[in-house]
Write a protein that binds this ligand. Structure first.
Ligand code: FAD
Length: 405
């Protein structure tokens, strides 16, 4: 009987185990997690979990009984240290060796750190796992003001949660606008205004020199111009780095993550990689990239489970993502590269609108704020490379479903 070993029990790894069983795979499945707790969802960490609005049970991807009933061996607090491809063995910290027939690398990513003075202070937080979230939560409970380095999704979501907890927020962003790497300038402007209207101070174009720490006392963030931004604690949210070291050390092909094909196979026929750790093809956009999202982790987990179980492969999905801030639900489908024309449907002032990215009339991406119908309509258009009439698209009197029947 064959043995599938999965390293990492996040959204990708834990779901791959479940999907293997759903696909009828009857062999042995072992799921290794360096974390001490049941596999859980990460998105609530910056939202409901931080605000104390959800329980550990709700955070868990599945109850403990699931792994038992599904005959999945879940090994918590176990860190994989090396992959011996010749022997088809994974070596755990401590020396234990586990043989595999098929290996799935699902090690995710970690928060990028700033190599700056004071960055190791306990008042300087990062947010990747539940232990980080618990420390940040305790930090916020004792803080009047938090400085958030980086105006990306995590920074903005934590800002919204902190405001809900009554904590003052200053966001320090190096680029000229928040969400500079991931969103259209119109959307950046919208989120900037929305946060400012809720009391968040946003400073763009600022360079951080370090953190002002005096013994146990945290004073704030020191900027490159010498000035101090006073705060009681800080969060660094400046992106994530793929945990691809195991794969690199084992000689698997890597770029900005572990290289995989459409079926998430690596350069070794017996090894797959899924989730945030992968450098994957983006067939709709004729390029490769790393997608950091739950839907991507699920898509690749589904693909690998079907491949291992010998089932027909599912169709590829459109890349998509969501973010919740205050009463805003942002849903993004497709990828935009900045050279598309933008069609605005709805009025940003009403906090219900969608930005469609068109390339020669073809819908390539949508950024939808409180507009689930627009998001849902755009997904199949993007997948099919459908051309739509920009004037009809912008006309809210035409129901979205009738814009491009
Ligand atoms: C605060 C936060 C908010 C987010 N919000 C959203 C959102 O709203 N929408 C969305 O789509 N996405 C969101 N994301 C991104 C999403 O959570 C990730 O894309 C997703 O978790 C990726 O799943 P993964 O399994 O690839 O990686 P992870 O979930 O990071 O899991 C990887 C696991 O592998 C473990 N591991 C690593 N190395 C080893 C090793 N050597 N041995 C054993 N175990 C190891 C890690 O500890 C971790 O548990 C958010 C992420 C964060 C951190």
């Amino acid at each position: 009987m064959s043995h599938v070993l999965i390293i990492g029990a996040g959204h990708a790894g834990a779901n791959a185990a479940a999907m293997l069983r759903q696909s009828g795979f009857a062999g042995e499945v072992t799921l290794i997690s360096e974390e001490a707790v049941l596999p859980y969802q990460r998105p609530p960490l910056s939202k409901a979990w931080l605000k104390g609005e959800t329980s550990s049970e709700a955070l868990a991807l599945r109850p403990a009984s699931f792994y038992e009933k599904s005959n999945v061996t879940l090994r918590l607090s176990s860190r994989a240290q090396a992959i011996d491809r010749a022997a088809k063995v994974v070596v755990l910290e401590g020396g234990e060796r586990i043989a595999y027939d098929k290996l799935i690398i699902a090690t995710g990513a970690r928060a990028r750190r700033l190599p700056l003075a004071g960055a190791d202070s306990p008042s300087v937080h990062e947010l990747r796992n539940v232990a980080d979230a618990d420390r940040l939560k305790a930090g916020l409970a004792a803080a009047k003001r938090i400085a958030i380095i980086g105006g990306g999704y995590i920074g903005l979501e934590v800002a919204a949660s902190a405001r809900a907890l009554g904590v003052d927020v200053v966001i320090l962003e190096r680029e000229a606008r928040v969400l500079a790497r991931v969103a259209n300038p119109l959307l950046s402007g919208f989120f900037t205004d929305y946060h400012r209207a809720r009391g968040v101070e946003i400073r763009t174009g600022v360079e951080i020199a370090g953190f002002d720490v005096d013994g146990d006392r945290f004073n704030g963030v020191r900027l490159a111009d010498g000035s101090l931004v006073a705060a009681d604690c800080a969060l660094v949210g400046v992106g994530a780095i793929p945990n691809d070291e195991l794969a690199r050390a084992a000689g698997l092909k890597c770029e900005l993550g572990v290289c995989v094909d459409e079926v998430a196979r690596t350069s070794d026929a017996d090894i797959y990689a899924i989730g945030d750790v992968t450098w994957r093809p983006l067939p709709l956009y004729q390029r490769h990239g790393r997608l950091e999202s739950v839907p991507n982790a699920l898509e690749q987990a589904r693909m690998v489970a079907a491949d291992i179980a010998g089932k027909p492969l599912p169709a590829g999905d459109v890349p998509w993502f969501w973010s919740d801030q205050y009463d805003l639900k942002l849903q993004i489908a497709g990828l935009a590269f900045g050279d598309e024309s933008i069609i605005v449907r709805g009025d940003p002032a009403s906090a219900k609108f969608a930005l469609f990215h068109l390339d020669g009339g073809v819908v390539r991406a949508v950024e939808a704020v409180n507009s689930p119908a627009e998001f849902m309509a755009a997904k199949p258009w993007i997948l099919a490379g459908k051309a739509v009439d920009p004037q009809r698209l912008a006309d809210v009197s035409i129901p979205i479903k009738e814009v491009a029947p």
